[in-house]
Write a protein of this length. Structure first.
Length: 95
């Protein structure tokens, strides 16, 4: 085992988390599985592989920043579930 139940309890204590015995066993098993898998990945020969930030090639779809006319208040508020005058009405979040 890579990680013990005692270590899970210690980390939970540091994070101010409380788990029952069943959850501690579950987390110990899951974390151990992750660490064992990391050992398997560490054994793979990557000496000829160039470092990457993503598993697949990503490209950002940037568009030109062109100033355009706004769609206007009426069009913007057509799908508003609740509106008040020219504004969106939302539930109060601060008491």
């Amino acid at each position: 085992m890579k990680i013990t139940k005692h270590e899970v309890e210690y980390v939970a204590h540091l994070a101010r988390l409380q788990f029952d015995e069943e959850e501690k066993e579950k987390f110990t098993s899951q974390l151990n599985d992750i660490l064992v898998y990391m050992d398997i990945l560490n054994k793979v020969d990557t000496s000829g592989i160039e470092p990457t930030t993503h598993a697949i090639d990503l490209t950002n779809a940037f568009r030109d920043d062109i100033v355009k006319e706004s769609v206007g208040t009426e069009v913007t508020l057509t799908n508003a579930p609740d509106k008040f005058g020219d504004c969106f009405r939302v539930p109060k979040v601060i008491e």
